[in-house]
Design a protein around this ligand. Sequence first.
Ligand code: UGA
Length: 447
Amino acid sequence: MRISVIGCGYLGAVHAACMAELGHDVVGLDVDEKKIAKLSQGLPTFIEAGLPELLEKNVREGRLRFTTDASQIAEAQIHFIGVGTPQLQGRLGADMSYVNQAVDTILEHANPPQEGKPVLIAGKSTVPVGTAQAIAERLTTSGRNIILAWNPEFLREGYAVKDTLTPDRIVYGLPDNQEIGAQAKALLDECYATQLAADTPLVVANYPTAELVKVAANSFLATKISFINAMAELCDATGGDVTRLAEAIGHDERIGNKFLQAGIGFGGGCLPKDIRAFMARAGELGVDQALTFLREVDTINLRRRDHAVNLAEEAAGGRLVGKKVAVLGITFKPDTDDLRDSPALDIASRLWARGAELAIVDPAAAETLRERRPDLTVPDTVEEALQDADVVMILTPWKEYTQLDPTTILPLVATPNIIDGRNVLNPKDWADAGWNYYGMGRGVPTW
Ligand code: UGA
């Protein structure tokens, strides 16, 4: 199929490359010339496992091209919208300007349906419920005969290629009109023929359901994380160990053991802004009470960052001024170079504001951090960061940091204080090697 993907960020670039890998003829469109220049050479603009290979191969074999020239999307049969919907400055709601611009672009440049074959817009961006209906009405008013489906994306950074090529479910939000809905479904079925043939579960629903599925999923994940972090607070108050607690409740299949990792909380470009935009939308719809609990989810999450800063101060003897803190890991999670709403970066910034001397290392984001925050010290090696440190904090669980040997690195630091911001270390090993171990809700583990 001929496909266009509007927006070539995390979502769009991965989607474009994966659609080409499935055999489609894909053009990716973005306004950012630098991004397009790199992608056109088959080079990704961010770190994502498996993406460089897919880009290189599909660009070379001619199934995938990238452009800033919107007229190039004219012949596509499906136009995927994969632009960002970031949080509005100083407000809870989402910025919808990129989605609206994408619709403008498609209306201006897409060819009308040829030989009775419909043309479809498939929205993938995470949007406030009601957006699809509003876009569909715009399409009707425009008289352009273009139809719309909402087809949310559930990819995780770090697993984006796998999640797109072999998703755990596909969701179609279709128009209420049965005939038009069937046309939209047929086009999406053709596009996802490979996944559907592999028995990927398909959920077909109306527009609002499809839009809600996405924010409901992210809200549930955020709630799970904040739940276990609330339990971490209880463990801290009582001497319990939240990692054992999570393990024990996770054996109950109804609860499950995933997304119960307590620590410094969730961040990134999706979970935090999605729960806030969801609350804002519920307010507009007059059902804000239904989502009041998400405010608490957000509050618990942000309190984890305060807790980590306070723990560092406690470990440093009550005052951070002039104390060297080694921060290991700064991205919002491992296997990505994404710094958007990173809990680690927020904590580091607050430590700096309290007078700490920081040494931050990260395997993927060091260069970006140096450019964006020239005020922060970013040494080249972990050893340099650890040298004479008063407090060491693991804030993003990159393998290279979780596998550090406590005995080998002990002589480097000034005082052996280790804060395990993601509960990924073995407290006993570190304590036995002579470190003061601070976990996140791990009490004093004796078993
Ligand atoms: C999230 C969702 O997991 C995806 O399904 C969704 O498609 C995506 O948002 C999106 O809306 O585009 P992602 O932002 O890549 O994916 O990150 P997650 O893997 O969900 O992690 C989010 C944050 O939660 C990270 O900071 C991570 O460290 C933290 N986390 C995760 C915990 O603190 N504890 C856990 O147990 C799990």
